[in-house]
Design a protein around this ligand. Structure first.
Ligand SMILES: N[C@@H](CCC(=O)N[C@@H](CS)C(=O)NCC(=O)O)C(=O)O
Length: 227
């Protein structure tokens, strides 16, 4: 049985969506990152990076959301583009673009606007604008077709959906006016029954939701050096 190491946040959401879309049986293992579960030795043995999601499938251990999406798509043969070098090149480009652009810039935009102990205008502006620039590229791609790779729903749409669900939190409520094609894509995917089941996973465990002082110490251990 597949085990999904999960926290109700954007990167694990992508994997829950894939598993639900593919109808793969899986067990959700909660990793309560605001209580420090990500640093327990058993979890670090699965993901040495100490972040969610991670997944085990028999003797396979895999971490990092976009790697997991590709693993599951290749395992099932589902939600992939045509098996041609051209289509595969396009798929890999967008998968890496989401992994290295959308995820990190949205994450840092949230960090500097909401969680940093000091409000640094330069950092807030830098990450918000770079997050917006990356979403502008996704929006332009979605203006050309229904889905990221054209008319077929693929793992790239699931990868984009994870952070799209948190765009308001990352860059502010003005995002829907800036990125109408992203909004249309988000609304369409969120209405799918699999997306609703994936979203409901957050209620399957009583995760700690507050980001209080204890959670900040756990989530941002590097800040201890500032004291
Ligand atoms: N590159 C990783 C990033 C994973 C990541 O940042 N996960 C967040 C949740 S979305 C997390 O576990 N944060 C807890 C922490 O940083 O301690 C991926 O795409 O899976």
């Amino acid at each position: 049985m597949i085990k999904l190491y999960y926290h109700p946040s954007p990167n694990p959401a992508k994997i829950a969506l894939f598993l639900e879309e593919a109808g793969l049986p899986y067990e959700m293992v909660p990793v309560d990152t605001r209580k420090g579960d990500q640093f327990k030795p058993d979890f670090l043995a699965i993901n040495p990076n100490g972040k969610t999601p991670a997944l085990t499938d028999g003797d396979v251990t895999i971490f990092d959301s976009n790697a997991i999406l590709l693993y599951l798509a290749e395992k099932t043969g589902q939600f992939l583009p045509d098996d041609t070098p051209k289509a595969r090149g396009e798929m890999l480009s967008w998968l890496m673009f989401v992994a290295t652009g959308i995820g990190p810039y949205c994450g840092q935009a949230v960090h500097f606007s909401r969680f940093a102990p000091e409000k640094i205008p330069y950092a807030i502006n830098r990450y918000a604008r770079e997050a917006e620039r990356h979403w502008g590229i996704i929006d332009a791609q979605l203006s050309k077709g229904r889905y990221m790779l054209g008319e077929r729903y693929t793992l790239i749409d699931m990868s984009v959906w994870g952070w799209a669900t948190r765009l308001g939190f990352a860059v502010g409520d003005h995002w829907a006016g800036m990125f109408p094609h992203v909004k249309r894509h988000l609304d369409e995917i969120s209405a799918r029954p699999a997306a609703q089941r994936a979203t409901a996973l957050k209620d399957a465990f009583a995760f700690k939701m507050e980001v209080d002082d204890e959670a900040r110490r756990i989530l941002f251990p590097q800040n201890a050096h500032l004291a």
